[in-house]
Design a protein around this ligand. Sequence first.
Ligand code: AHR
Length: 506
Amino acid sequence: MAADNIVHLSADASKPGAKIDRNIFGQFAENLGHGLYEGIWVGPDSSIPNTRGIRNDIVAALRELKVPNVRWPGGCFADQYHWRKGVGPREMRPATVNSAWGDVIDTNAFGTDEFMDFIQQIGSTPYVSINLGSGTPQEAAEWLEYMTAAAPTALAKERAANGHPEPYKVGFLGIGNESWDCGGAMTLDYYVSLMKVYSRFVLNMNPAQRSKDQMLKIAVGPGTPDTEWTEAVMKAWKKHTWAWDINGVSLHWYTVPNGWPPSTTSEKFGQDDYVKALKSTLFMDEFLRKQEAVMDKYDPEKKVTLSVDEWGAWHAPLPGSNPAFLVQQNSIRDAILASLNLNIFARHADRVRMANIAQMINVLQAMILTDKEKLVLTPTYYVFKMYVPFQDAISVHVSFDAGAYTHGSVTLPRVDAIAAKAADGKLLLEITNLDAGNPAIIDAALAGITAKSAGAETLTGAAVDSINTFDSPTSVVPKPTAAEIQNDRLSLTVEPRSVTVVSIEP
Ligand code: AHR
């Protein structure tokens, strides 16, 4: 193999950085297409094995990911959701129209208690987005009271009558969604005023969550690299009083390689589309830097989180699917794109302490695709699985010469890498090989650890557009790969277009 295929890398475990908050591995489950209905909820009478209406196969697959939080019910849907329609006996719930996504009939069968049941079954934390667009502070306050009140209030009694005497814990509260657009096309001043009002009155009443850091309030942030929105929200936060506060500002940014409307195909594509998507996704780093510069001005102590609560690849809808359902395939290209974004978040871990990939099941860059009783785990699912050890691990300084990989007019870094120290003392190293055609030999000098042995897993596909299908579900799955330790040096070869996680035992 040519010597220029060698990547010299060094990781120093004695130089710890910020904690890689497990919440950057969060997910987003909007009431959209077959994300909730069919994806999660099949109802208790379904022939698909379920627990209280929630698919057992989905729960088992998601438990493996240790999903830290799930954002629900939207997205754009959140600003038209009225929670009361989704509680109580299901046969009594009104049918409504999901006008955010395709005008389909919503039975409201998957409401608050079903969502909380799902959260409990997968072992996660709820991130509830409240309705600022078409709701009121009173409606949102009552929703929180329904979910969290422990005292015998009327709403707590109603929840108990619906089968849940114990108050739920709500970990995160989204104060609106894209309020500059689908959330009500609000002016900044108007949004900032509403943000304060909702922050003041929408209270978590769970006795175990009374301190203000127990439920993190996430304000709407930008969806374009402009910093105007972040500036206004942070300026307001700087002057917050006892009466209101926020803990995070959100940011939405999708990888749409050809711009809007999304036109890249998610299956059957070549290297041109592959490099274009990866180039486009790397812009996330610059986007974060711009917002962070503004946040640092008002909050140098980095108290306020930058929450990337919608990110991922947005391709053209699959031919034959309902275009409002945002159905797309998921390839090794999307897996690499996911690892590049997760690595960017890890490098920004001091400010980015939360992120939610869009979306969990059957929508956009999904973890899982379903078709009636069938289910397939996507390459992106496997990236999230491989990254589980990075949840709450401490970043470790890593340096390497990324080199260059050029295809046509596009030049990308050839490799990307992050390192971290897990709570059990293991040194973790992730290496992404972006090069579609060439392997890379990794020669890593390890400091700050006496390395004994290493195990590695790699994810790749036969071609840049390799996917898993219902008929062929294991084309892109992680496989063990050889990694050698000698005199505190790690060596391994990473395959072209691959994501590799190495776990080094001290
Ligand atoms: O994830 C799909 C949509 O993208 C969300 O509903 C909205 O917030 C964003 O524009």
